[in-house]
Design a protein around this ligand. Structure first.
Ligand code: NAD
Ligand code: TYD
Length: 357
């Protein structure tokens, strides 16, 4: 198959591209604008592979997107390109509206034109897989049951509202035009090559620098964590077996509070890279909360488990240990990616966050 992946130089997209190139014989057309979050170094080992082509393109440019589909005639499109960081969406929502909504619209229109021109098995085979987030469902109280595919959308942040909008467009293109779409909503990912503005790599990097570790509010908010390679495997599984028009939750059912995550990271660092004078927990600082901060995400992936037979390979403990080891071995990667936009690397600081103790 010829698979077009958007956002394939980002955190999750690059994991997917690396798997598609090394574990299948598919051809990958990787479409990415290379914003601050995109990095060709994340394609280590596959960038110059004969079955990998990189196209530096902004999905907000409709003519360029249409041209790419005409040129490469993909059998499937997996759409990950997005602005993805909640704190950045609070500091500046415009780019989220453009890329996540307008960009998805451009891709849907180009995919529709491409698909309508196909015949026979090629038309049967074509899929548009849209990668989304559990954040579209809003948040949960501590005693609520996890989100299912039937939970109503109530997004809280500019990021999650823009992703919710894109999900609605994708479903509408299926219902109205018959475009064979698949939609996935995944919980928080962690693992190698994540830009160090998200919680896990940020804490690791700051701990190694001896900087304060910022915990928003009380640290009691909780997230449902999934190792990124498991997410990439789930996407491949759903592309192969999912039913067009259907959405699938992807989760490893690993709920942890933010404070538990930060303590788990400190414990790993104390073991693998001990500081001679103190335990890393000593660096933890509670800082003012994120505006509109979602209390809790938890995702029920029974549909994916039962209908499609997928299971994650990593537990939270095994994934976290791998992740910390990876960042310790790739400190040069972290320093290099931050070099591009050092002033913004902790976007929360952009709206005046200061430690309170
Ligand atoms: P990321 O920010 O690491 O990567 C996004 C990629 O998209 C980057 O390579 C960037 O250069 C590219 N991009 C941004 N704007 C673009 C544009 N206009 N045109 C072309 N390329 C553009 O994000 P990620 O964490 O890898 O997330 C990928 C997708 O998965 C997103 O759609 C996100 O909403 C979704 N998702 C993420 C998580 C998570 O925990 N990270 C969880 C569930 C779903
Ligand atoms: P993040 O990695 O930004 O992902 P998301 O907001 O999409 O869930 O944040 C994960 C959780 O960690 C979230 O509840 C906010 C919290 N957080 C902190 O407490 N401190 C930080 O410095 C960051 C970046 C996040």
């Amino acid at each position: 198959m010829r698979i077009m992946v958007t956002g394939g130089a980002g955190f999750i997209g690059s994991a997917l591209v690396r798997q598609l190139v090394t574990e299948t014989d598919n051809t990958v057309i990787n479409v990415d604008k290379l914003t601050y979050a995109g990095n060709l170094e994340s394609l280590a080992g596959v960038r110059f592979h004969p079955r990998h082509t990189f196209e530096r393109t902004d999905i907000c440019e409709p003519e360029e997107v249409r041209h790419l589909l005409e040129k490469h005639r993909p059998d499937a499109l997996i759409h990950l390109a997005a602005e993805s960081h909640v704190d950045r969406s609070i500091a500046g929502p415009g780019a989220f509206i453009r890329t996540n909504i307008q960009g998805t619209f451009n891709l849907l229109e180009a995919a529709r034109a491409h698909w309508e021109g196909l015949t026979g098995p090629e038309r049967e085979r074509f899929r548009f897989l849209h990668v989304s987030t559990d954040e579209v469902f809003g948040d949960l109280a501590p005693e609520d049951p996890p989100f299912t595919e039937h939970t109503a959308y109530t997004p809280s942040s500019p990021y999650s509202a823009s992703k919710a909008s894109s999900d609605h467009l994708v479903q509408a293109w299926h219902r109205t035009y018959g475009l064979p779409v698949l939609l996935t909503n995944c919980s928080n990912n962690y693992g190698p090559y994540q830009y160090p503005e998200k919680l896990m790599p940020l804490v690791i990097l700051k701990a190694l620098r001896g900087d304060p570790l910022p915990v928003y509010g009380t640290g009691e908010q909780s997230r449902d964590w999934l190792y990124v390679e498991d997410h990439a495997r789930a996407l491949r599984h759903i592309l192969d077996r999912g039913r067009p028009g259907r959405s699938y939750n992807i989760s490893g059912a690993c709920e942890r509070t933010n404070l538990e995550v930060v303590h788990a990271l400190c414990a790993q660092l104390n073991r693998l890279a001990p500081h001679p004078e103190y335990s890393y927990e000593r660096l933890i600082r509670f800082v003012p909360d994120r505006p509109g901060h979602d209390r809790r995400y938890a995702l029920d992936a029974t549909r994916l488990f039962q209908e499609l037979g997928w299971r994650p390979a990593e537990s939270f403990e095994s994934g976290l240990a791998k992740t910390v080891r990876w960042y310790l071995d790739h400190r040069d990667w972290m320093e290099r990616v931050l070099h591009g936009s050092p002033a913004h690397w902790a976007a929360g600081e952009a709206y005046g966050r200061e430690a309170t103790g």
